[in-house]
Write a protein that binds this ligand. Structure first.
Ligand SMILES: [Zn+2]
Length: 239
């Protein structure tokens, strides 16, 4: 009996090697796609530096403000929020040049900065504390300080954070920064408001529920989260 067991184990091991689920898959297909950009801070995340705040995409907060603040972005939070004390230096996520300084059409007041990145994207830094010292046309290198973070209410104690968007070069589409910035997002998402999660469509409850499966934003497009059966529902906010 023992000998037959051994033969059985060897047979199973051999079969696993030959026809196992990974046997026929080319190694290259399993490698994750390279993410071209870095984080917008030189310092590591921590309680005294910065941490992830509101996520990108179909957040519960953006759902509740889908007809107001986030209407132009199809009801999605079309950037990533990093909580940081006012005055925290923010750095270029990639090499490129300065496209706009304090462009009113992009909001995210009191100050913002738009970079055109060599990798074929644009990056908007929003809610900066002061006007960037850079000028339109200036070249920036990856990791170079381009400004200092501020507060969306302008107080430095209401909601101090950096709002970062990654857009197409013509600014018409915003992408999920998590798919383009090389960082340990699983660990970063363990703290802060981020873990509160995403609005749920009870007719398709698993869609857009994770940091990395959020849809692109087409500015001016129709609302994506005007659900018939939302959770949490609108009345929940009004309680
Ligand atoms: Zn934001």
């Amino acid at each position: 009996m023992k000998r037959w067991s051994l033969i059985g184990i060897l047979l199973i091991a051999a079969l696993t090697l030959v026809v196992g689920p990974n046997a026929a898959r080319p190694i290259a297909a399993q490698a994750p796609a390279a993410k071209p950009f870095g984080l917008p801070f030189a310092q590591p995340s921590g309680p005294n530096t910065w941490y992830l705040g509101q996520g990108y995409g179909n957040t519960i907060g953006s759902y509740f403000q889908r007809d107001t603040t986030y209407r132009a972005g199809q009801g999605l939070h079309f950037g990533l929020d990093f909580a940081a004390p006012c005055g925290t230096p923010v750095v270029a996520i990639g090499a490129g040049s300065v496209a706009k300084v304090d462009a009113r059409e992009h909001g995210a007041l009191p100050h913002n900065l738009m970079l055109q990145l060599d990798a074929g994207y644009a990056a908007l830094y929003g809610h900066l504390l002061e006007r960037s010292k850079l000028s339109v046309g200036d070249r920036v290198t990856k990791g170079q300080v381009v400004g200092v973070s501020g507060d969306s209410f302008g107080t430095c104690h209401s909601a101090p954070h950096l709002h970062l968007e990654i857009r197409s070069p013509n600014y018409l589409t915003a992408y999920n920064p998590i798919t383009l910035i090389d960082a340990d997002w699983d660990s970063l998402a363990l703290v802060g408001a981020y873990q509160r999660g995403f609005e749920r469509d009870l007719e398709d409850p698993r869609r857009w529920q994770y940091p990395d499966d959020q849809p692109e934003t087409k500015f001016g497009g129709p609302l994506l989260n005007n659900y018939r059966l939302p959770w949490p529902p609108d009345w929940y906010r009004r309680r």
